[in-house]
Design a protein. Structure first.
Length: 242
């Protein structure tokens, strides 16, 4: 038999801020938790799924172009623009009666293999990111009859929405990756890049990539032969790195 739920439990997000001194990129959400039971809560082991809800905001043309790789062409967005998981996190809430506020750490990544990072990178300077925090977990309180320890589950329908300013995300990335970003390459591709860099006598990876892109763009423009420029560039890039 599963423990009873805590139907009077409500969550809201007061603020989300970028942490400037964390070892890895981290946002911190300030949560307000209200318990309508009137009884003291000893502790809550709280779990949270953070989802981005891209269908809840408009996009300018530059953003639409940047999101084409995630959602396809604009005419398909009615089918492809769906909420997706950004991260999962958890915390322990100390005892309280009635209501309390607690910080929830939201660990982030700038890995471009992660959908959330690609989505956020494509957004313009202004506006907000619609996020939804879905809560679950276990609440510990006084047992039935006022004795012992009682256990209640946080209902699965507990959630809180928040409009995260894009500026907060950009500030977080600037703290940890100023004027830079990260991509993951297959070992063979990385070795090919390294060999190309040594062969050309290039002094940095930025210069290496710019040289490859410049050469690939020139070859693509000169020999497209009816192919799209994007396809020609991809083929020329492959030839240059090899």
């Amino acid at each position: 038999m599963s423990p009873p739920t805590a139907p009077g439990l409500e969550f809201s997000v007061r603020d989300i801020v970028a942490e400037p001194f964390s070892a890895a990129p981290q946002l911190t959400a300030r949560l307000r938790i209200e318990d309508g039971s009137g009884e003291p809560v000893h502790a809550i082991v709280l779990r949270c799924q953070v989802r981005i809800e891209p269908q809840r905001r408009p996009y300018d043309q530059a953003e639409q172009d940047g999101l084409r790789g995630l959602f396809g062409e604009r005419e398909r967005w009615s089918d492809t623009l769906r909420p997706f998981l950004w991260m999962q996190c958890n915390t322990t809430v100390q005892g309280f009666t009635g209501s309390t506020e607690v910080d929830l750490a939201l660990p982030c990544t700038y890995d471009f293999d992660v959908v959330g990072s690609r989505y956020l990178h494509a957004l313009g300077e202004g506006g907000t990111v619609p996020v939804s925090l879905l809560f679950s977990g276990t609440l510990f309180a006084r047992g039935a009859g006022g004795t012992g320890l009682g256990v209640r589950q946080v209902p699965w329908d507990r959630e809180a929405r928040y409009e995260l300013p894009v500026a907060v995300w950009r500030r977080l990335i600037a703290y940890h990756f100023p004027h830079s970003g990260w991509i993951r390459l297959d070992h063979d591709v990385l070795a090919a890049f390294a060999e190309f860099r040594e062969r050309r006598g290039l002094i940095s990876w930025d210069e290496t990539v710019r040289t490859v892109l410049g050469t690939a763009g020139t070859e693509a423009g000169a020999g497209a032969d009816g192919r799209t420029r994007a396809g020609a560039t991809a083929g020329a890039l492959d030839e240059v790195v090899r």
